[in-house]
Design a protein around this ligand. Structure first.
Ligand code: KYN
Ligand code: ZN
Ligand code: ZN
Length: 201
């Protein structure tokens, strides 16, 4: 079993201008309370997380409307390093694909700072995946589109093709090949996305 989740630590690099992950103490045993509790604060898109279609489509499904079966089941890890935008040709010779495909674009295991120059996915790749029956695409980058994109072409291609999105994985050192994906997003009602614990086995 391999944990491919980025540990959320206070100060974990997050999307520029977005809310960082932090825990704000509420009850404290040291302050005379019976227990310790915190307020959990974070953007829904910090670290390893899923996008619900509502993130990029006002008419799209919210997180509680997406079946858990999307996120769990057979998957393939493919290596796709060295691209500004990952082309559809990375699928050449990949053979039959399961419903879930994760792309290692070369992101390191730990982000010291937010990676501003990461590999995006091309809309052609999204469409080629969908044509092969893929329903979930994952990436080790913070987004399937470039940081500065205003048009979100890859997200829109996912919307058109009915492909769900998993972002911010840690795939450093994971051998390309066949796995079972277990991705469990926090059950946030109304969510446009959520941090997820993700393992490969
Ligand atoms: N937090 C943001 C604020 C502004 C614009 C984009 C984001 C994103 O989170 C992008 C992202 N992770 C995505 O789903 O592509
Ligand atoms: Zn996201
Ligand atoms: Zn996204």
């Amino acid at each position: 079993m391999r944990d491919v989740t980025r540990q959320l630590t206070p100060g974990h690099p997050n999307w520029p201008g977005d809310e960082p992950y932090r825990l704000e103490p509420r009850l404290r045993i040291s302050g005379g309370d019976a227990v310790n509790t915190v307020l959990i604060a974070t953007s829904s898109h910090t670290g390893t997380h899923v996008d619900a279609p509502f993130h990029y489509d006002d008419a799209g499904l919210q997180l509680h409307e997406v079946p858990l079966s999307v996120w769990v089941g057979p998957c393939r890890v493919l290596s796709a390093t060295g691209f500004d935008v990952v082309p559809a040709s990375v699928l050449d010779g990949a053979g039959d694909l399961p419903e879930r495909v994760l792309l290692y674009t070369g992101q390191p295991a730990r982000w010291e700072t937010f990676p501003t120059t990461f590999s995006a996915l091309s809309p052609e790749l999204i469409r080629a995946l969908a044509e092969r029956g893929v329903k979930l695409v994952g990436t080790d980058a913070p987004s399937v589109d470039p940081l500065t994109s205003k048009t979100l072409d890859a997200h829109m291609a996912c919307k058109e093709a009915g492909v769900f999105i998993l972002e911010g994985l840690d795939l450093d050192g994971v051998a390309p090949g066949a796995y079972e994906l277990v991705c469990l997003p926090l059950p946030l009602w109304g969510g446009d996305g959520a941090p997820a614990r993700v393992i490969l086995r």
